[in-house]
Every structure is written in structure tokens, then in C-alpha cells.
Design a protein around this ligand. Structure first.
Ligand code: IFM
Length: 449
């Protein structure tokens, strides 16, 4: 028999995007270059050879995109600010035209009854700062705090939800450690230092944001995964604990406890970043919420030759996977929410991203039928509901993503949207998942079988 899972009356039901993935307008109105402009313009870096130059052209079509969200009934929207749109060189000269874009967007959202959640850094670092070393140099953390101050001064009278960073693990490891994202560096020691500077910049920005917007909330978004051992052997259990330290605790421990995980630090000198006196106190400044991005779990086995962690990921047999090759594992959402609530006790939690890529197509009837995404979302919402019932202070859920967009190194080959983007015409089509979400929001409840 069908059952309705009712969410709290003040729950935020939203969608999420990021500036470089949707905006386009890469060189308009005085915007400076970002590392993603440089990276995507470099031959061979993006799977389909595409760039974010136009993307979903949201820079021009933002009014219609706000109308889409209003139609779906969303009461919140998470988006990011392009740092080089506001500060073309990353510091110094302010670009008023760039800021006006976000000013108009915020006003339109509020008018539509949609609460804006702003991410200050979703990966598009000004190229000018990368030319000085980017996140590998400590100064960038201080420039980030200055940039945060400028944005919050402009928008803080209307925007009350601030996210400093999106997924610093990805920035550090995929961008600076393994070179698959901008800026494309491959140095694991540098990646660890980058992670430290990102965390430092977070802490610096928390203070700035709270000073300027004392009635607002500030937090950070982490990509978190429960980590399971591939077998019951002691070695595989060790592998799971290590990967958890590397992926989850490396960020959670400094933010909530003021130190890096000792078990990972002792594994290799690469896990010993340069930390100046006072840094950990800055990094562990109180946050108002933790943003959780959840897509899948990790299953790890021991591999002695995979230095320095000696771990290796394993794909579970017989599982279902999304187009990203990620296992669909809804209970992992419950597990990670309960774990962070219990171990770190953040005042509030938001699911700042959850969603799935599937190979969507426009059907002959003109609709986009995405039953797998509907099923994915239904099952994950059910797990979020279960976590609330069991005591997680979960206050909102943002589906990744509002619309299909530029999926970083995958270009336009992966569709995550609940709205279909026809890139040739920029026409948007509500997928069945958007229609499903509309009903969920109207009823503030998810119906499960
Ligand atoms: O598209 C990304 C997003 O920018 C950050 N989190 C994961 C998403 C899907 O890969």
C-alpha cells in the first residue's frame, strides 16, 4: 500500500546549480577569466571538447529559469557566484556589472518566494589568482575572505544562507592532486596544502560573513560518503577506515574538532600540511549548518601497493549504477546523515546536492520520461525522511540539478537535471522528475509504494 512521508512544514525543497556549469556569458560585462575557462579551452581536457562559454545561457535566460523554479514550486534555490564576474582579477578592481547580475537574480527569486542559498566558491577561481599559485598559496585564502566580504556587503540584506565552499575535497584532489579538473595540476602533496588553504579560507570567511550578516546562517558543503569494507577481513576494514579519513574526516574533523585526523597524518609525510599557529582555531569556528552532498557510497579493499593509503575502490556486483558509474545506494544517505549528526553534531544539516545522471531523451510525445531518476529521488527522499524521524536536524534538500548542465570534465555528456536542456535551442523541458517534485512540494510529502 502506498504511504506518504510528510516533511516538516518549514522544510526547504530546492534545486542546486553552479555558476560555471550554467551561466555562460564567459567574457561578458567585464567578467575575468576563471581557471575553468582556461581549462575547458585547453584541447583534450573535456571529454566532448565542449566549454562553459554558453552552457545553459543562464546569464541571459535567468528570468525564465526563475519562472521554472516557481512553476515547480521550489521554496529555495542554491546557486554559486562566479568570483571573476565580481572581481575580474580575483582582488582589487570591483566589476559592478557582474554583481548586478546576482543582485537582479536575488530580487527575482525573493519575488517568486524562493529563498536564495549562495555558494561563494563552486570551483571557478579567477585565473589571475591561479597565475599567482591559486589555492596552493596561502594568500588566496585571504583574497577569498575579501571577496566574501564584498559579496555579502552587497547581498547580505536579502540573502541569509551562505555556503563558503562546495566540496573542497574535489577542488584539492581532482583539481590539484590528480589533474582531471582545473587547474589540472598533479601533485598530491600540493593537494593536501590546497585543502588546508581552502579550510583556512572557509574559517576566515565565516567570521566575515557573520560580522556583515549577523542574522544569516553560514556553513560549508562537503561531498561525503559512507565507506564500507569490501569484505570482513581486517585489511579491508583498515582500508575502509583509511578512506573514510581521507574523504570524510579530513574535512569534518578540522571544521568540527579543530584538528586533522591523526590516523591519516601518520600514514605519510604528504598528509602533513604546513599549518600556522592559530589556523585550526580559525578553521573550527562555529558553523550554523553543514551541507551534505551525497551521491553514492564507497566500498574499499586493501591494496598494499596503492601508496600512500593502500586502498582501492571496488564496484559492487549486481548493483544498479547511474550514467556516472556511481552505485545507486539510497541507505547511504541515511547512514551519512545520522553519522555526521551523531559524531559532529552540527546545529543543522542541509542536503545541498543529491541527484543522478541518466541518458535522457525527448520522447516523440514531447516529454522527457526519466523513471529511473524519479525512483532514485523517491528512495533518497525516503531515507532523508527516515533520518529526520531518527533525530537528524535536516532542514532542506536540494536536488542536483535544476537543469542539465556542463558536467565539468564530462562536458555535456551527463544529464543531471530535473529539467531537460536542449543545448541547440536552449529550450527547457520539465522532465517527469520535475513534475514528480512539483507534486512532492505541493504536498510536502513523498509517496512511496
Ligand atoms: O556537477 C557536480 C557538482 O558541481 C558538484 N557535485 C557533484 C555534481 C555531479 O557530479
Amino acid at each position: 500500500m502506498a504511504k506518504k512521508l510528510v516533511f516538516p512544514s518549514d522544510f526547504y525543497f530546492g534545486t542546486a546549480t553552479a555558476s560555471y556549469q550554467i551561466e555562460g556569458g564567459w567574457n561578458e560585462d567585464g567578467k575575468g577569466l576563471s581557471i575553468w575557462d582556461t581549462f575547458s579551452h585547453t584541447c583534450g581536457k573535456i571529454r566532448d571538447g565542449s566549454t562553459g562559454d554558453v552552457a545553459c545561457d543562464h546569464y541571459h535566460l535567468w528570468e525564465q529559469d526563475v519562472a521554472l523554479m516557481k512553476d515547480i514550486g521550489c521554496n529555495a534555490y542554491r546557486f554559486s557566484i562566479s568570483w571573476p564576474r565580481v572581481l575580474p582579477q580575483g582582488k582589487g578592481r570591483f566589476n559592478p556589472l557582474g554583481m548586478e547580475f546576482y543582485d537582479r537574480l536575488v530580487d527575482a527569486l525573493l519575488k517568486a518566494g524562493i529563498t536564495p542559498f549562495i555558494t561563494l566558491y563552486h570551483w571557478d577561481l579567477p585565473q589571475a589568482l591561479q597565475d599567482e599559485g591559486g589555492w596552493a598559496v596561502r594568500d588566496t585564502a585571504y583574497y577569498f575572505a575579501e571577496y566574501a566580504s564584498i559579496v555579502v556587503h552587497k547581498l547580505g540584506d536579502r540573502v541569509k544562507h551562505w555556503i563558503t565552499h562546495n566540496e573542497p575535497w574535489v577542488v584539492a584532489w581532482i583539481g590539484y592532486g590528480w589533474g582531471e579538473h582545473a587547474p589540472g595540476l598533479k601533485n598530491e602533496r600540493v593537494a593536501v596544502q590546497v585543502a588546508h588553504h581552502l579550510l583556512l579560507s572557509h574559517g576566515l570567511a565565516v567570521e566575515v560573513i557573520r560580522d556583515i550578516c549577523p542574522d544569516g546562517e553560514v556553513g560549508i558543503t562537503l561531498n561525503l560518503s559512507p565507506v564500507h569494507p569490501a569484505s570482513d577481513t581486517e585489511n579491508d576494514k583498515i582500508a575502509a577506515v583509511r578512506h573514510d579519513g581521507f574523504l570524510n574526516r579530513w574535512f569534518l574533523d578540522p571544521i568540527f574538532r579543530g584538528h586533522y585526523p591523526p590516523d591519516i597524518m601518520e600514514l605519510s609525510p604528504i598528509f602533513l600540511p604546513e599549518v600556522q599557529p592559530g589556523d585550526m582555531a580559525i578553521i573550527s569556528r562555529r558553523v550554523d549548518f553543514l551541507g551534505v552532498n551525497y551521491y553514492t557510497r564507497s566500498i574499499m579493499k586493501f591494496n598494499a601497493s596503492a601508496k600512500p593509503l593502500q586502498v582501492e575502490g571496488v564496484a559492487p556486483e549486481g548493483a544498479e549504477f547511474t550514467e556516472m558509474g556511481w552505485e545507486i545506494y539510497p541507505p547511504g544517505l541515511y547512514e551519512i546523515l545520522m553519522r555526521v549528526q551523531k559524531d559532529y553534531n552540527p546545529p543543522k544539516l542541509y542536503i545541498t546536492e543529491n541527484g543522478a545522471a541518466f541518458a535522457d531523451e525527448i520522447s516523440p510525445d514531447g516529454g522527457v520520461h526519466d523513471p529511473k531518476r524519479v525512483d532514485y529521488l523517491k528512495k533518497h527522499f525516503a531515507q532523508a525522511h527516515r533520518a529526520i524521524e531518527d533525530g537528524a536536524r535536516l532542514a532542506g534538500y536540494f536536488i542536483w540539478s535544476l537543469m542539465d548542465n556542463f558536467e565539468w570534465a564530462h562536458g555535456f555528456t551527463k544529464r543531471f537535471g530535473i529539467v531537460y536542456t536542449d543545448y541547440a535551442t536552449q529550450r527547457r523541458i520539465l522532465k517527469d522528475s520535475a513534475l514528480w517534485f512539483k507534486k512532492v512540494i505541493a504536498e510536502k510529502a513523498v509517496e512511496i509504494d
